[in-house]
Design a binder for this molecule. Structure first.
Ligand code: AMP
Length: 282
């Protein structure tokens, strides 16, 4: 696996490949790789001739009181895991090379960034959109693969690609879960054993909503109440949101009369977890 350290080197090498007709697939990550990340890598490998994984803990998407400085960094293990999958390229820029002194230009994210995470993590999606725009410029990939788990992030990126006519295809991979349902996340390693049990409350709450929807319950206020009480029964009490919203716009809905998504963000101890589940319309 070739490790590319600067935008200049990455663009020079990868754009030459692109001009030779090699189709590149990109998987952006912040490292601390787990099986969820690797599933996206395997999907990219199926969709393209060569795969580029990026690892960059992007400072501009973290708020001032968030976990940027203690975010898990496991670079050597990540390299080994990617090598064992046969990944050709790793783009792992330094912060200095991606945001040199004087950097000031940013992407204003689309409207779909405003609710939910946008309310609780102001500035987060501006940072995400900006770093993804930079990655899409540096790495001339035909396709980029993102995980469904970060549902709103996917909608932000899809909408940015559409609104700004970016020549890249966005593909979404399913959420990969532990055997008991907990969505895999780099942040799960912050959890103690008892917190790990509490964290299952997010999955339980999503399951309750899925069962209610399958039973024909359509009233979103009932579904949201059931999510909150399931979270609380699992001792998850610091809840940023537990909502059922329009799957495309993420706007509030009253009834399950269109594709919808249930989204949860909640704290277990100091660790903020998110999870989601798509709900079928009638
Ligand atoms: P991150 O390193 O957390 O920024 O995530 C990098 C990519 O992996 C994003 O597209 C995430 O949505 C995706 N991802 C994270 N966790 C999972 C998971 N459990 N299943 C599938 N994709 C995931």
């Amino acid at each position: 696996m070739h490790i590319l350290k600067t935008p200049r080197e990455a663009f020079a090498k990868l754009d030459r490949l692109r001009r030779e007709g090699v189709r590149l697939g990109l998987v952006p990550t912040m490292g601390a790789l787990h099986v969820g990340h690797l599933s996206l890598v395997e999907q990219a490998q199926r969709l393209a001739d060569q795969t580029v994984v990026s690892i960059f803990v992007n400072p501009t998407q973290f708020g001032p009181n968030e976990d940027f400085s203690r975010y898990p960094r496991t670079f050597q293990e990540d390299v080994e895991r990617l090598e064992s999958l046969g990944v050709e390229w790793l783009f792992a820029p330094t912060e200095q090379s991606l945001y040199p002194p004087g950097f000031s230009c940013c992407v204003q994210p689309p409207a779909v960034a405003q609710p939910l995470e946008g309310e609780f993590r102001p500035g987060h999606y501006g940072g995400v959109a900006t770093v993804c725009m930079k990655l899409f410029q540096i790495i001339p990939a035909e396709v980029a693969v993102f995980g469904r788990k970060d549902y709103q992030q996917v909608r932000v990126i899809e909408q940015m690609v559409e609104d700004l006519n970016l020549p890249i295809r966005i593909v979404v991979g399913p959420t990969i879960r532990e055997a008991d349902g907990l969505a895999m996340s780099s942040r799960n390693r912050y959890l103690s054993d008892s917190q790990r049990q509490q964290a299952l409350g997010l999955w339980r709450a999503l399951q309750v909503v899925a069962e209610m929807a399958a039973d024909g319950q359509r009233q979103v206020s009932d579904l949201e109440r059931a999510m909150l009480s399931t979270l609380e029964a699992s001792q998850v009490t610091k809840i940023d949101y537990a909502r059922v919203v329009d799957a495309r716009t993420l706007a509030p809905i009253e009834s399950l009369d269109r594709p919808a998504v249930a989204l949860i963000a909640a704290f277990v101890g100091q660790t903020r977890l998110i999870d989601c589940l798509l709900l079928e319309a009638d």
